[in-house]
Design a protein around this ligand. Sequence first.
Ligand SMILES: Cc1cc2nc3c(=O)[nH]c(=O)nc-3n(C[C@H](O)[C@H](O)[C@H](O)COP(=O)(O)OP(=O)(O)OC[C@H]3O[C@@H](n4cnc5c(N)ncnc54)[C@H](O)[C@@H]3O)c2cc1C
Length: 311
Amino acid sequence: TRPTTHWETSVGARAFCGFQDCFSRLRSMDPVRIAVVGAGVVGLSTAMCVSKLVPRCSITVISDKFSPDTTSDVAAGMLIPHVYPNTPIPTLKQWFRETFDHLFAIANSAEAEDAGVHLVSGLKGSGVLILTRRIGDLWELHPSFDVVVNCSGLGSRQLAQDSEMFPVRGQVLNVRAPWVKHFIRDGSGLTYIYPGTSNVILGGTRQQGDWNLSPDAEISRGIFSRCCALEPSLQGACDIREKVGLRPFRPAGVRLQTEFLAQDGRRLPVVHHYGHGSGGISVHWGTALEAARLVSECVQAPRTPTPKSNL
Ligand SMILES: Cc1cc2nc3c(=O)[nH]c(=O)nc-3n(C[C@H](O)[C@H](O)[C@H](O)COP(=O)(O)OP(=O)(O)OC[C@H]3O[C@@H](n4cnc5c(N)ncnc54)[C@H](O)[C@@H]3O)c2cc1C
């Protein structure tokens, strides 16, 4: 067991005001060092939202995997309203609307095509540092960082000791079929054809508790024949690539919560932001804004002098 104690506070009880006072207090201080663990859609959007909401901070994204090797790269990328347990409908609507508005603005901009394929490019222009590293324990980031945001998806099973987290495996085919312009989804949502900017995603599977990241040829044949039954012209599709992703499921829904890790009288605020299951693309911007507000609250708290960095 880890000699770390935890105090938790939930999002619902918080008031997001008084940032101006806090920032004028911070003006005379060093920049706040913020680590975002995870480089999927949740981690990268959180880094962007924090860079907008928290002035005078340095942001480092630390992850063992980056695009194209995250679950987020496998997602079909459809915006579909999702229901998360323990999350009030108005909050779900807000997350979805903020995400929709954000992506709609991008879709209507000159960057539309690039944004479809390169989530990371906008972040580097904002001065966010990128570090490839596997984190074994969030406390490793003390004292190098003042605030940590945990966006590690399924990695939170270990990093947040959240044994409730489990994978729902999804296998899809990424094919070239530029004539397909409309999406088709069957009633169960298990068979779908989603055209993207250049390719078409054919799906899929929902295999609970399956950690296997290798494609299964038989499943691929099944997906292809189910999709061809819905859209026979797909028989002419080429460049067929198999993809597998593990949706980060959390039965209690998305965890957006501040936890204070402590050891030997030293504290490290951690904002948890994970557990998006099958809806991360649909709500990522809304939940990232919420996470950035929690980071702002941590920044408001009086800071103690930090010992020398280990990183
Ligand atoms: C087949 C499929 C189709 C989907 N379709 C859709 C869709 O149409 N619409 C939709 O809204 N959602 C969809 N989803 C769900 C969506 O992909 C997920 O909800 C979303 O990608 C989760 O994002 P994330 O950033 O939390 O996780 P991830 O993308 O898994 O990112 C986690 C990051 O944390 C890093 N990490 C983990 N542990 C550690 C550690 N110990 N140290 C350092 N780094 C660590 C990883 O390397 C990775 O960079 C789909 C998913 C699948 C599999």
